[in-house]
Ligand binder design. Sequence first.
Ligand SMILES: O=C(O)CCC(=O)C(=O)O
Ligand SMILES: [Fe+2]
Length: 207
Amino acid sequence: MSESTTDSARPFLTLDLPEAEVVFHPSFFPTDAADRLLRQLVETTRWRQDSMKMFGELKPLPRLTAWYGDAGARYVYSGIVNEPLPWTTALAEVKHAVEAAVGVSFNGVLLNRYRDGRDGMGWHADDEPEFGEDPVIASVSFGGTRNFQLKHKRRKELKASVELTHGSLLVMRGGTQANWLHQISKTAKPVEERLNLTFRHLVTRAE
Ligand SMILES: O=C(O)CCC(=O)C(=O)O
Ligand SMILES: [Fe+2]
């Protein structure tokens, strides 16, 4: 049986969010490809445990991370300097599939590894200046399903959430980062380990 990496005939849905553009492909990668990529990415990624200063104390982040990208795609957030590691075979495969579907090229990817429900990521927007105005961010998930929540920065009544399933692709563009925050909340429910890959385009000095 031949395995296609993606199946563009699979359905997607557009989230109805004011001042944002978010599209979700629940099964962008068929299960067999997603299973294989999950295993490959767990094994071949150089995972790091970063720390962040909180209330004057250095605390480990509640997840493992890694940053890969083109040479020169240096990414600084929360005081953490990320020098890019070169693309692995598995990352290049995911990148090409995502670029073909989204129609945008990416020069970096942030990987997050949520070991269990105690790992998460708090409310934020990916609005650092190095991404430029209205960035396109493509988020691929492998492993356990986690709930991705969105809330509008100013209009408190505007909220949404999506279950990010194994092999799914979520694309955020337009005003999403300027107008909305997102998070992966921690959960007491038993959840499988999960990997998330957010592909980004950094404006480098040469551009
Ligand atoms: O794990 C996720 O789905 C979200 C990751 C995220 O928001 C980020 O890396 O900026
Ligand atoms: Fe984010």
